[in-house]
Design a protein around this ligand. Structure first.
Ligand code: FRU
Length: 572
């Protein structure tokens, strides 16, 4: 969470940091063995080597060698011409970096002239104070580096833990590691060291965590058990456990625990199935979801597959989740299977579809016809949605990655890339003979509400009461704008971000997207942050998440039709 004070300090720190670099930066003594190969001995008592990154470059492959042994490898777009930003490499004593530049470096000079050698510095601290205009003020984003899917989320002893797909060595997808943050209120997040790093089995792709209350796995009562995909030569499923509430993990010495010949075989989601009396695991296996069961979390039995002929198959099936939810206004409960898909989303690229039905611990049976496709959120930037294990009071709380693979690596930020959606609570509702997922902002969002204000700001919530068709335009001083239109008769809401600000980084970004409303909408809740707008209706039937990059915040709201808006500052 960033505050204004933070931002001021940050400017100061940035200035001081620049000065510091100018004074102390000096050529690092690398040895050049060919036009693309260098060795760099890290002889320093300092904690970090700050690596200069140039995003347009190809990766340099870095092998870390200690006592003649390979201890780690990672890729980093080391600068050849100019440093866009720096990433911290934590130095181990006596390490040697064996660096091979891949692709065709853009510099005209030889390897010894590359900018990285001059700009690399050793330091004891790394400044993560925000330098970005578009960094959200109340959404979770990584302190630095790249983030995609939320992973391994669980709740325990008053704390919500959020892991995420993370690249510590650049702000584009690479070096998949689990990053870690935690929160006691789902709104203010604290950053922790990355607890699961790539190893000999591969990089660490998405997965889940459970709290093993009965010590079924034998790693201790209440141990946190993480399941993730090792992306190596093949994708395999692995286990790691934590006995310190998720701060550090030990990888199981008999990994992998589940293998397959299917190439896209990933993103295990595990949960305790109360009725069946066993653990279930669901993962994406090509164009279907595979379901497993287990008594001890280590040995898994394949039970069934779901979905080959159901729903949308316009892309790769990824990041599943499976849960039982109450149906509003009835005493029924049904199962919801979440299936993220990329591409194939309703507006191109990534999106989360879901299926409603029954699950007996072995087989999921969808109650809709195979051709029916349902989406959890009709915005462009809602992906990899999964829920927390062990949430209190029977709550079903989830978070989505707020981006789209169509342009995630290009959005106009650098120090960090990507933020997560606000946390949402899921349920079910019936409409015209079908059952749908309801999506509401978690009640913790209410605690952020500050004073009512007259105009929108870079971090605010708008509550808009509607009586029929209406059009809301959010605009800034440069006439950059977002237009939200409700058409009651058609039962739709359009969200037009074609002129929302910086839209030039991808042809897929400037679009109008539309959501069905499943009945009349009486009130909208709209959450604005520096690079996102999330729109919900009061009943949870409408959810739309979209990124926007206004060059200056929207500060005017125009309403057409019978609509009234209340605007609240969101304090953090
Ligand atoms: C979804 C995804 C997952 C995979 C991860 C890799 O966005 O492709 O299927 O585990 O990202 O970062």
């Amino acid at each position: 969470m960033l505050t204004e004070q933070n931002m001021k300090t940050e400017r100061l720190l940035t200035f001081t940091a620049t000065l510091f670099l100018a004074v102390t930066a000096g050529a690092q003594k690398a040895e050049f063995l060919s036009s693309r190969h260098a060795l760099l001995r890290l002889d320093t008592p300092k904690k970090y080597l700050l690596l200069p990154v140039e995003e347009k470059e190809d990766n340099a492959h870095i092998r870390v060698i200690k006592d003649n042994q390979l201890v780690k490898t990672f890729n980093c777009k080391l600068a050849t011409e100019k440093a866009d930003y720096f990433v911290p490499y934590e130095v181990g004593e006596g390490e040697l970096l064996d660096i091979t530049f891949q692709g065709t470096p853009r510099s005209n000079g030889s390897i010894g002239d590359f900018a990285c050698w001059k700009r690399m510095t050793y330091a004891d601290t790394f400044d993560t104070a925000n330098r970005e205009q578009h960094r959200p003020l109340y959404h979770h984003s990584p302190a630095c580096g790249w983030m995609n899917d939320p992973n391994g989320m669980f709740y325990k002893d008053g704390t919500w833990h959020l892991y995420y797909q993370y690249n510590p060595y650049g702000s584009q997808w690479e070096n998949m590691t689990w990053g870690h943050s935690s929160s006691t209120d789902l709104v203010h997040w604290e950053h922790h060291p990355a607890p699961i790093e790539p190893d000999g089995l591969g990089s660490i792709f998405s997965g889940s965590c459970v709290v093993d209350k009965e010590n079924t796995a034998g790693f201790g009562k209440d141990a946190i058990i993480a399941f993730y995909t090792s992306a190596g030569q093949s994708q395999t499923q692995c286990l790691a456990y934590s006995t310190d509430n998720g701060m550090t993990f030990t990888k199981y010495d008999r990994n992998p625990i589940i293998t397959s010949t299917v190439p896209d075989f990933r993103d295990p989601h595990v949960f305790w199935n109360e009725e069946a009396g066993h653990w279930n695991l669901i993962l994406a296996a090509g164009q279907q979801m595979s379901i497993y069961s287990s008594a001890n979390l280590k040995e898994w039995k394949h039970e069934s597959d779901f979905g080959a002929t159901y729903g949308n198959h316009g892309g790769v099936w990824e990041c599943p989740d499976l849960m039982k939810l109450p149906v509003a206004g009835t005493d029924k409960e049904k199962w919801m299977l979440i299936c993220n898909i990329n591409p194939g989303g309703p507006w191109g690229g990534s999106a989360a579809q879901y299926f409603i039905g029954d699950f007996d611990g072995k087989t999921f049976t969808c109650e809709s016809k195979p051709e029916v496709t349902k989406w959890m959120d009709y915005g462009k930037d809602h992906y990899a949605t999964v829920t927390f294990d062990n949430a209190p009071d029977g709550r079903r709380v989830g978070i989505a990655w707020m981006s789209n693979w169509q342009y995630a690596n290009q959005v106009p930020t650098q120090q960090f890339r990507s933020a997560n959606s606000i946390a949402r609570e899921y349920g079910l509702f019936e409409y015209n003979g079908e059952t749908y997922c309801s999506v509401k902002p978690v009640k913790e969002m209410d605690t952020l509400r500050g004073n009512q204000r007259k105009t929108p700001s870079e971090a605010c919530e708008m509550v808009v009461t509607l009586k029929g068709d209406a059009q809301l335009t959010l605009r800034n001083d440069r006439n950059e704008r977002v237009v939200i239109s409700y058409n009651q008769e058609d039962g739709i809401i359009d969200f037009d971000r074609r002129h929302s600000g910086n839209v030039s980084f991808s042809d897929a970004f400037p679009t109008i997207v539309t959501t069905p409303t499943y009945g009349t909408v009486h009130q909208l809740r709209i959450f604005i942050d520096r690079c996102s707008i999330e729109l919900f209706d009061e009943e949870g039937k409408v959810a739309m998440t979209n990124l926007v990059f206004p060059t200056t915040p929207y500060n005017r709201l125009t309403l057409k039709g019978k609509a009234k808006a209340k605007i609240y500052s969101l304090k953090n």
